[in-house]
Write a protein that binds this ligand. Structure first.
Ligand code: ACO
Length: 430
């Protein structure tokens, strides 16, 4: 049997045979289907890309029904157990796990690029003390376009690699300084003797001690959280990254845009929203009442941290995170909001409203509780997400740039406005 589909246009009686490849038909193949020869041709209408593949990608695989997530073929559970963030970032970017020599070189390159230009300090200082750190983060990342004009050389492999080192190395520094700015503490310079996450904790929390010693449990927990957040195929921010990149903008401009998408409460802002929701609920006894409100759709209430466009079962990242939470709480003490979260999950997983809609906890349901226990204010949560996701964004951006089938992203529309009409002089308007 040929892998084709036959379509009969009942307007004309004409029959078309379209190829099927990878379970997909090409939307452009529909264009030949016309009622009259000068018609534009048939289009597909797919708001929010619910059923449209925007690219071919070899980076991340998700099976939303089975709850499977693979980076370059490796299961997320194995990477969370055995890998570290920098190794996983290398895997995502270059397609294979690094050899010992490649890993050493990669770690060295990242470590060498952790410093920020001194003028970035002045930019940071321009923000009010209460500016959201994600607003600072995405502004500074965008500003890097001005600091590194060589980043515009996007078809030069060496230049792309340099920007990759810079971006991955500098995002923790930007994030930490945004945090220090918001609490009025002096910025801390990177300590290159420490690991990627150890140094990040240093830049966040160092006080007057000469040498900051990160807590090994928290350092590893944060590293695992970074592994879990490093990529997630064609999500909202990654699609933004690819879209901006498709106009051949430099990577910093694209990352700034992607970070803007991640800032939204339906995406990376969700764990911040989860914490606010748990605070609002206040106690375990109020959980049933809150669930009732969510189900009635009252005031647009949603159970934040539940549901996912792709996962229609338990998000595999949420399973790992639940385990990390227990480990982190042995160091930090239990987050008092945990009981409310557990009760919400327990009730929701038995309730027909959530079960029938296949709404399960996603990555954000428990991550906020861990971040809060580690001493991060909720405003830092999307920033903590953006740090590892920078690796995924860059990998997806580069894949898009090198894909000969890609062009500037430019969807079509179905026009619903008035037909052409003549300008009405002001005195004649009703
Ligand atoms: N609480 C209550 N009801 C929900 C929820 C929720 N969290 N999520 C979806 N629903 C309901 C919808 O009301 C809808 O019900 P209906 O069919 O009766 O109208 C149905 O489930 C389908 O929902 P959609 O909005 O169509 O699903 P979509 O795929 O567009 O949304 C999303 C996915 C945005 C993640 C959604 O589930 C949501 O808003 N969740 C809360 C926010 C959140 O946790 N976001 C983090 C996502 S993970 C990430 O970005 C890292």
């Amino acid at each position: 049997m040929a892998d084709t589909i036959s379509i009969v246009d009942n307007r004309t009686g004409k029959k078309y045979e379209l190829p099927i490849q990878d379970g997909t038909i090409r939307a452009m193949d529909l264009r030949q289907i016309k009622e009259k020869p000068d018609d534009f041709g048939l289009m597909t209408y797919d708001p929010a890309f619910m059923n449209t593949a925007n690219c071919r990608s070899a980076i991340t695989y998700i099976d939303g029904d089975k709850g499977i997530l693979l980076y370059r073929g490796y299961p997320i559970e194995q990477l969370a157990e055995d890998s570290n963030f920098l190794e996983t970032a290398y895997l995502i970017l270059f397609g294979e796990l690094p050899t010992a020599a490649q890993q050493q070189n990669w770690n060295r390159e990242i470590t060498l690029h952790t410093m920020l230009h001194e003028n970035i300090k002045k930019l940071m200082e321009g923000f009010q003390y209460d500016a959201h750190p994600m607003a600072i983060f995405l502004s500074i990342v965008g500003a890097m376009s001005g600091f590194y004009p060589d980043a515009k050389d996007i078809f030069n492999k060496e230049s792309r690699l340099k920007q990759t080192h810079r971006a991955i190395a500098k995002v923790p520094s930007i994030a930490a300084w945004a945090f220090r700015h918001s609490i009025g503490r002096p910025y801390v310079y990177p300590d290159n003797d420490l690991s990627f996450t150890g140094n990040f904790l240093n830049m966040l929390f160092k006080m007057t001690e000469l040498k900051y010693q990160p807590n090994a449990v928290l350092e590893r927990a944060l590293d695992v959280l970074f592994i879990l957040h490093a990529d997630h195929e064609q999500n909202c921010s990654t699609t933004t990254m690819r879209t901006i990149g498709s106009a051949h903008a430099d990577p910093y401009s694209s990352i700034a845009g992607a970070a803007g998408a991640l800032y939204g409460p339906l995406h990376g802002g969700a764990n911040e929203a989860v914490l606010r929701m748990l605070h609002e609920i206040g106690s375990v006894s109020k959980v049933p009442e809150f669930i009732k409100k969510v189900k009635s759709g009252e005031a647009g209430n949603r159970l934040m941290g539940f549901g996912h466009r792709v996962y229609k079962s338990y998000d595999p990242r949420a399973k790992v995170i639940k385990r990390i939470a227990d480990i982190v709480f042995t160091v930090t003490g239990k987050n008092p909001l945990l009981e409310i979260a557990l009760e919400l999950e327990r009730i929701a997983l038995q309730d027909d409203y959530f079960v029938s809609r296949k709404l399960y906890p996603n990555v954000d349901f428990y991550s906020g509780l861990i971040y809060q226990a580690m001493g991060f204010p909720v405003e830092m949560f999307p920033v903590l997400f953006a740090i590892p996701r920078t690796a995924g964004w860059i990998a997806q951006w580069e894949e898009m740039l090198l894909d000969p089938e890609q062009k500037i992203a430019r969807p079509r529309q179905i026009y619903t406005g008035p037909v052409q009409r003549d300008y009405v002089p002001r005195e004649k308007r009703a």
